[in-house]
Every structure is written in structure tokens, then in C-alpha cells.
Design a protein around this ligand. Structure first.
Ligand SMILES: [Zn+2]
Length: 355
């Protein structure tokens, strides 16, 4: 199984680069050193440019980042993966809400939406989060930061097959496949890590929140629709391929943190080609003919239409074990007609933030 690699200074990628040529945007082969230099210069200049806008990290924040680094390292160890990527502290930044909410292009790119409280920007390898008004609670404010740290830890930049410089965020690829899956894995793993290390978090951040359940008991966290779909798919794969043993989630985490897509083959095998295609298209509006769906059902906005379409798709996946074959196939056919192909970005796309 070919694995993707990271381009990080002094990181695990160097070896992969030393083995073969990697082609840059202009089609000219770059050496490992040249490529790392290019990325580093780019990132450092961006970082310096924005220094005035960022808020210095508190001891608590530094402690939290350190704790979650340990949590990710421990997770890798338990999954049988080699020691992984170290998140440099200077690549994690905090912003005052006024700066965050202003139309500040200097912040490192346009925000996807007002409500977004954190973002990982792969071009600059930066995790940016908005400071919460009620300060730094481990399961509230910090859960957003930790979600972004996971995007950073699972971002890969070189495709071993094409030997090209391109991007992949976990399971989300340049051809816009797997956005929903990737967010579902990110947030599910995020909550799992916070729960697993609850005692340490409460020890270092006393008097802020009583427990993990106190926070996640009152709200579900981000991307609950995609997580519902994922959890249902995991159950189906475990049942059909592993005699009910919980193996699929472990495989997915391994693939997510290590840049391979082996786990996806099991998903495709169980779901079948048509449903798998739909599953991988979730989360990307560009992958669907939303206009047609909007017209057919008279939705006032495209956004509303897309949301409704995704709820229909969720129904298909989460009812998979309850409905008859015939009804399921009908549900699947009804939503599949709205999928369309998107042209693959082949040349170094240095864009596309993860929320
Ligand atoms: Zn995300």
C-alpha cells in the first residue's frame, strides 16, 4: 500500500523525497531540500507577516497543545504506527474575536464563514482559532483547537503514485472526495481523545468544566450528520467483514493518521460501488447538481437544498440495516442521480482550508 507523505522540516518526509523526484508546479523536478526550503520560506514569511494580529499563547494553551500532542503520539503507538509528526507551536495561532470577525485578509486567507471558530490552512501549515469569550475550557474552546490539530497531523502533501506535489487532508483529496468522511473521522477522533484523556485535562484545567459529559452531553459537536453516517457504515463493515468485531474504526484511524487508503477498500467492498461513490461525495456541494434538486423541490436557497439532499443521503446510510433491499435501492437511486463528476485538480493546489 502506497502511503502519502508530509513535507515538514526535518520530519519523516525527507526519506520519501530522497527516494524519488517530486514534481513542482512548473513541472520541474525538485529535490527534497529545495522543496522543503520552498515551503519553509513561504510559511515563515506568512507567519511573520501576521505576528501583530495574533494573541500570545497563554500557559494553559501551550499546556493543552502539549497534552494533545502526547495524546496523538499515544494514539499512533496504540495503532502500531511509527512516531509521527510534531506540531510546531508557532504554527498554532490565536486571534481576538474582533480580528477574527473583521474581513482581515492578513489573517491568512478568507474565512469560510462567520461561525467558523477554527481553521487549518494547509498552504501555511497553520492552525488558527478564535479566542472564546469565556476563555479556555478543555472540552469547549479547546475541542475546536484539538479538531484543527488533528487536521494538521493528518495533512499530506506528496502523492506516492503520481510523484506529484498535491494535497490531501486525511481522507479529503484534491478531487474533492471524502470531505464528509474526513470531518467525521476528525471530530470522532477528537472527541475520543478528549474523553480518553479526560482525567489529565481536568487535572491541568481545574475549575473550568466538570467533565467531558457535561459538555458533550448538552451538544453533539461539529459535523454530527457525517458522524452518524460514518458510525452506521462502520457498523455495517464490522458486521459483514469482521464478524461483528470492532475493527473498522481502528483501520480508519490508522489510514487517517498515516496517509493510506486501505480502510476505504473495505468500505467500498461492503457498501458497493454506487453507495460508496455517494458516501465519498458527501460534504462537497460541487459534487452534486444542487441546482436541479433545488428546482425540483422548490427550495428558496441552494444552501437549503444541499442540506436537504444530504439529509436524504444520511437516511439511506443510517437505515441500511432496517429497510428492505428494494426500498434501500430506491432511496439510493433517488439521491444518486444528483451526483456529478468534478474535474481533478492535478497541479499543486495550494488552497482549500479545512474547518
Ligand atoms: Zn474539520
Amino acid at each position: 500500500m502506497e502511503k502519502w507523505s508530509k513535507v515538514n522540516p526535518g520530519g519523516e518526509t525527507k526519506e520519501a523525497f530522497d527516494k524519488g523526484e517530486i514534481v513542482g508546479d512548473d513541472g520541474v523536478a525538485l529535490t527534497a531540500a529545495a522543496l522543503q526550503q520552498k515551503f519553509e520560506a513561504m510559511r515563515n514569511s506568512k507567519n511573520a507577516q501576521n505576528k501583530a494580529e495574533t494573541v500570545a499563547k497563554s500557559i494553559e494553551e501551550i499546556q493543552f497543545i502539549g497534552l494533545m500532542q502526547m495524546a496523538i503520539a499515544k494514539e499512533r503507538e496504540e495503532l502500531g504506527l511509527p512516531a509521527g509528526y510534531h506540531i510546531p507551536l508557532e504554527r498554532v495561532r490565536f486571534f481576538h474575536p474582533e480580528v477574527w470577525n473583521s474581513d482581515n485578509k492578513e489573517r491568512g486567507g478568507a474565512r469560510s464563514s462567520e461561525s467558523t471558530a477554527g481553521e487549518y490552512d494547509p498552504s501555511w501549515d497553520l492552525v488558527d482559532t478564535r479566542l472564546g469569550t469565556d476563555a479556555r475550557r478543555p472540552f469547549q474552546h479547546f475541542s475546536i483547537l484539538d479538531h484543527e490539530l488533528l487536521h494538521q497531523a493528518s495533512h499530506f502533501e506528496t502523492d506516492p503514485v503520481g510523484k506529484r506535489l498535491t494535497h490531501k487532508s486525511g481522507f479529503h483529496t484534491a478531487d474533492k472526495q471524502g470531505f464528509g468522511l474526513n470531518e467525521a473521522v476528525t471530530e470522532t477522533l477528537n472527541q475520543e481523545l478528549l474523553k480518553k484523556h479526560e482525567q489529565a485535562l481536568l487535572k491541568y484545567f481545574p475549575n473550568t468544566e466538570s467533565s467531558y459529559d457535561a459538555w458533550f452531553g448538552i451538544q453533539s459537536g461539529t459535523y454530527s450528520l457525517y458522524r452518524d453516517v460514518l458510525s452506521s457504515v462502520i457498523k455495517q463493515v464490522d458486521m459483514k467483514l469482521h464478524a461483528g468485531k470492532a475493527k473498522t474504526w481502528q483501520d480508519l484511524k490508522r489510514g487517517y493518521l498515516e496517509g493510506d487508503s486501505m480502510a476505504l477498500q473495505s468500505l467500498e467492498e461492503v457498501l458497493g460501488k454506487q453507495a460508496f461513490r455517494l458516501f465519498m461525495a458527501m460534504g462537497s456541494e460541487e459534487k452534486f447538481d444542487v441546482e436541479q434538486y433545488q428546482k425540483k423541490y422548490n427550495f428558496p436557497t441552494a444552501k437549503g437544498a444541499f442540506h436537504a439532499l444530504e439529509i436524504q443521503i444520511e437516511r439511506y446510510f443510517t437505515n441500511n440495516l432496517k429497510l428492505s433491499e428494494e426500498r434501500l435501492q430506491k432511496l439510493l437511486d433517488d439521491v444518486s442521480v444528483y451526483i456529478k463528476d468534478v474535474e481533478k485538480e492535478t497541479i499543486a493546489p495550494i488552497n482549500g482550508n479545512s474547518k
